[in-house]
Design a protein around this ligand. Structure first.
Ligand code: ZN
Length: 145
C-alpha cells in the first residue's frame, strides 16, 4: 500500500539509504531542502518515525515541527534566497494532494511572480453562508474537539 514503510523515500533518507542535504536534525525530526522545490530554499520537516498522516504523528512531535518551522522560516527570511513571504503547507491525505505518505511539513519562500498559487474554482463549492450556517459549522467542529 502507498502508506507502507517499504519504498518510503523519506524513510530511505532517514535511514541513510538515500542522499540528503541536512539543514537540521534531532531525535524527533529532520529538515532538508526538497528535490522538487516551489522556490529556492523550500524545506521539508519530516518526523523520523514513519507516520503516513497527521493523525499518526503524536502531539509533542507536531508541536515540535511547528516550533522548528518557525525557526526555519526566520532563517529563510535572513538568507540570500528571494523571499517576500513564507508559506507553510501541509497535505494530509490524497484529496489534499499528499504525494509522499510519510507526513511532511513544507516551508517555502514566496515572492511576487514566483509562479506558485492555489487554484480554486469557487463556482464548484461556493455557498453563500449565513451567520446561522457559520454557527452550525462552529458547533459541529467545537463538539469534536
Ligand atoms: Zn517513511
Amino acid at each position: 500500500m502507498k502508506e507502507d514503510k517499504e519504498n518510503c523515500i523519506f524513510c530511505e533518507i532517514i535511514e541513510g539509504r538515500s542522499p540528503v542535504s541536512i539543514v537540521y536534525e534531532d531525535d524527533k525530526i529532520i529538515v532538508f531542502p526538497t528535490i522538487e522545490p516551489v522556490t529556492a530554499s523550500h524545506m521539508l520537516i519530516v518526523p523520523k518515525i514513519h507516520a503516513p498522516y497527521l493523525a499518526d504523528v503524536d502531539e509533542e512531535t507536531t508541536l515540535h515541527i511547528i516550533k522548528i518551522a518557525r525557526k526555519v522560516s526566520e532563517a529563510i527570511r535572513k538568507s540570500k534566497y528571494q523571499c517576500e513571504g513564507i508559506n507553510w503547507f501541509l497535505a494530509d491525505g490524497e484529496a489534499a494532494e499528499q504525494e509522499v505518505f510519510h507526513f511532511h511539513f513544507h516551508v517555502y519562500p514566496r515572492f511576487k511572480g514566483d509562479g506558485f498559487g492555489f487554484k480554486y474554482d469557487r463556482s464548484k463549492n461556493f455557498i453563500r453562508t449565513t451567520r446561522q450556517d457559520l454557527d452550525h459549522i462552529a458547533n459541529e467542529i467545537k463538539n469534536l474537539l
